[in-house]
Design a protein. Structure first.
Length: 262
């Protein structure tokens, strides 16, 4: 375990801004090169396994760049799952996406439909088996999501299906009500849910600039086996993820204020 004094976010100076700019240029070039490698040499020949190979190399490269360019690294606590499951994670920044993706061998995200329009990343996300949802469709979006998830489960399998129950990135200390989608997926798939807590938003903020140095933590909590009723399930996921995330943020020197739930 990393000592507490190493976990605290670094101070923001002019050098922090400079390093952040350099980092974004660096990862844009890495994404372009690896995207071309994947399109030409991986996906046409290896299909979905090729997509996951590219995703593993890409996430590793970006996390390495964060460590070298920004002085930002991370610590994993608990055991990342490797079999089919639903990962219910706290979402504070793009940093937690990278970390969770890096440690999930067959990762797929429930993601907003607009991400499909992102050059390179959107295409790879679709080929990896990510499930896009159109939030403007309301309850109809839930039906479409469950239909696609069920079809994928009966076909190639789901792998580690990553869900953000709050529905969006949330600032440290901010509280949002957990959406019922993860419960619907739990009931429809019969898969365990692995709650995941984090404090990485203290270093890499929701808006993504500037990025501070330090050591963020992503903690995998014990899996929740299939068979729970929906309401107790949702209460347990929220209590475990929020309680552990608050503890991780406090460990890094952040004192959460009670901002209420939105």
């Amino acid at each position: 375990m990393v000592p507490a004094d190493k976990m605290r976010p670094g101070k923001v100076t002019w050098f922090t801004y400079l390093r952040s700019v350099f980092f974004y240029i660096h990862i844009a070039l890495v994404t372009l090169v690896l995207g071309l490698w994947g399109v030409i040499f991986q996906v046409p020949w290896f299909g979905r396994s090729g997509v996951h190979r590219v995703a593993s190399v890409w996430s590793h490269a970006l996390l390495w760049a964060a460590k070298v360019d920004l002085g930002l690294s991370y610590e994993i606590r608990g055991e990342p799952p490797v079999g089919d499951c639903i990962i219910g994670a706290k979402h504070q920044s793009f940093f937690d996406i990278l970390i969770i993706a890096r440690h999930a061998p067959e990762r797929a995200f429930i993601m907003k439909k607009q991400i499909l329009r992102v050059p390179v990343m959107g295409w790879f996300a679709w080929k990896a088996g990510c499930i896009p949802i159109d939030r403007s469709k309301g309850s109809e979006a839930m039906k479409v999501m469950l239909s696609e998830v069920t079809a994928r489960q009966q076909g190639e399998g789901l792998g580690q299906l990553i869900v953000y129950p709050e529905g969006t990135r949330v600032k440290p200390g901010e509280k949002r009500r957990y959406k019922p989608g993860i419960g619907a997926l739990y009931e429809a798939t019969g898969l365990p849910v692995v709650p995941v807590a984090t404090n990485v938003g203290l270093f890499w903020s929701k808006r993504g600039f500037p990025i501070r140095s330090g050591v963020g933590v992503v903690e995998y909590l014990p899996a929740i086996a299939p068979g729970m009723q929906l309401h107790p399930l949702m209460e347990r996921i929220e209590a475990e993820v929020e309680g552990t995330s608050d503890a991780l943020m406090a460990e890094a020197g952040f004192v959460a204020k009670d901002a209420g739930r939105r």
